[in-house]
Design a protein around this ligand. Structure first.
Ligand code: NAP
Length: 246
């Protein structure tokens, strides 16, 4: 079970929802988890991991601040001597129908969901290439695969992550760094919590497995891709969506 003993993992968006579950499960498998969020928001995740006997430290990071992101990755590599796993999970929505979408709704979503992943991956590749080992896992969305009315900005950012990771996988495979994407379906978190119960019931009715996903469903897929068992898997999109899109 402790297949990630000795690994150092950075998880963005680790204060709640999917990122918090990923941080917990990675730590439960033995990794030292750097749990990142804005302000002191990841403190609760770190305390809960410590209470469960795992190892974690909080990191204050606004992912759209490129200089801060690069410095954060360099700091981890300096403090711990390595960085084995990057989970680029922080993400936002700014939903609006296209004709009403503001340019800032587009820019904010692309900056947080896509450009921040580019910056973090570029920084993380330096220690990973030096180590001749690494795991990069980006959290996309079923919406990036199938599209969704009212989410043109979000779908573009999440589809962009897929093309980005597939390209990166081809560039760094020779250094034994794998790059994969997890594409969740609808998952019960703060992000979906803003949607009314009737809409959520409508989603569940379209899902062959009959329910929304849980953060732990997504975290289990991330842990698999981070493990040694997944060392021959790269450039893939692992859909964790209850069968709603195949
Ligand atoms: P969530 O509950 O809204 O949590 C979002 C996380 O991202 C928080 O930890 C938040 O940290 C962090 N974050 C947002 N903007 C940030 C920024 N500018 N700088 C640093 N951190 C930032 O979301 P979630 O549902 O867990 O979603 C996690 C990921 O899964 C996202 O990429 C999302 O697009 C994707 N996803 C979610 C679903 C779903 O149904 N929930 C489905 C498919 C994909 P703070 O504490 O600092 O706010």
């Amino acid at each position: 079970m402790n297949s990630l003993d000795g690994k150092v993992a950075l998880v963005t968006g680790a204060s709640r929802g999917i990122g918090r579950a990923i941080a917990h499960q990675l730590a439960g498998r033995g990794a030292l988890v750097i749990a990142a969020a804005r302000g002191d928001n990841a403190r609760g995740t770190v305390d809960a991991i410590a209470a469960a006997g795992g190892r974690a430290e909080p990191l204050t990071l606004e992912v759209t601040d490129a200089d801060a992101a690069v410095a954060a990755v360099q700091g981890i590599a300096t403090r711990h001597g390595r960085l084995d796993i990057l989970v680029s999970n922080a993400g936002i929505t700014r939903d609006q129908l296209m004709l009403r979408m503001k340019r800032s709704d587009w820019d904010d979503v692309i900056a947080t969901n896509l450009t921040a992943a580019f910056v973090l991956c570029q920084a993380a590749l330096k220690p990973m290439i030096r180590q001749r080992a690494g795991r990069i896992i980006a959290i996309s969305s079923v919406v990036g695969q199938m599209g969704n009315a009212g989410q043109a900005n979000y779908a573009a950012s999440k589809a962009g992550l897929i093309g980005f990771c597939k390209s990166l996988a081809r560039e760094v495979g020779s250094r034994q760094v794998t790059v994969n994407v997890v594409a969740p379906g609808f998952v019960a978190t703060d992000m979906t919590g803003a949607v009314d119960a009737a809409t959520q019931a409508g989603w569940a009715a379209q899902i062959p497995l009959g329910r929304l996903g849980t953060p732990d469903d997504i975290a289990a897929a991330v842990c698999f891709l981070a493990s040694d068992e997944a060392s021959y898997i790269t450039g893939q999109v692992l859909a964790v969506n209850g069968g709603m899109y195949t």
